[in-house]
Write a protein that binds this ligand. Structure first.
Ligand code: SF4
Length: 241
């Protein structure tokens, strides 16, 4: 795995390629971003942005959403998918904000992850973008791209968060996550566009593919992950004569 200095250099190279990296969710407050991030599970950011203006116009804060009729919330967020579970999570989260935090979004990871429907990724999105507290959300794009680049070495989002936050200065955490997400969406897709990548020279995954003179494809990724997971074979025991 790369050193902290190498990790910073890789992220800086990608940041030059994606100077516009930021969350694509629309919000005006920490509460709105919390709601939008919960809605973004299994949905596109554009799809969430389509429904939130009407949702926030009807239920503008935690107190309003806590007491909302479930059927009305479900109807407003229907197009984002899993609308029953999401409506339940939004209303439960809003009730917890009212009961335990005076209707405000708390500013710590510990308090955020106790809210219904809120995990570390969602908490980090809100901390980093709306509350000015360093946070590094790890989604599927961050997982894929950071492992390919060799700046992380795990399929576990919590472990990758630890590895990246250990290598990068706190003030850069959220930007680094946004950059890796955008790179994963635009360039380092499951079938990556390596010829367009500003970090290609430093990429462990591409270097392996070039060594083997084979194209970088999702199948290549799976085969290498399986090879890494396979325990080293013991030498065969010598036969007794
Ligand atoms: S070189 Fe290819 S595999 Fe490596 S980060 Fe860039 S796009 Fe992804």
């Amino acid at each position: 795995m790369k050193s902290a200095a190498e990790t910073q250099a890789v992220i800086e190279a990608l940041a030059r390629q994606h100077p516009d990296a930021d969350t694509e969710l629309h919000y005006r407050s920490a509460f709105e971003l919390l709601v939008a991030t919960i809605l973004s599970a299994q949905a596109t950011d554009a799809g969430v942005n389509n429904v939130t203006p009407a949702l926030f116009a009807r239920f503008p804060d935690a107190r309003a959403l806590a007491g909302a009729p479930a059927a009305e919330v479900e109807q407003l967020i229907h197009s984002t998918g899993f609308f029953r579970q999401k409506a339940k999570a939004l209303m439960g989260m809003s009730r917890a904000l009212v009961e335990h935090h005076g209707g405000e979004v708390p500013r710590t990871m510990e308090a955020l992850v106790k809210l219904p429907g809120v995990g570390r990724k969602t908490a980090n999105v809100v901390l980093g973008h709306a509350l000015g507290v360093p946070g590094l959300p790890v989604d599927r794009h961050v997982l894929r791209v950071s492992n390919r680049l060799g700046i992380a070495d795990s399929d576990d989002p919590d472990r990758v968060e630890q590895q990246l936050t250990g290598a990068l200065p706190p003030g850069f955490w959220t930007r680094a996550s946004d950059t890796l997400i955008l790179h994963g969406r635009r360039i380092c897709k499951p079938e990556p566009l390596c010829s367009q990548c500003t970090a290609a020279e430093a990429c462990a995954f591409r270097a392996e593919a070039v060594d083997r003179a084979e194209p970088v494809t999702p199948r290549t990724t799976k085969r290498r992950q399986a090879a890494r997971a396979k325990p080293a074979q013991k030498p065969a025991a010598s036969r007794r004569r």
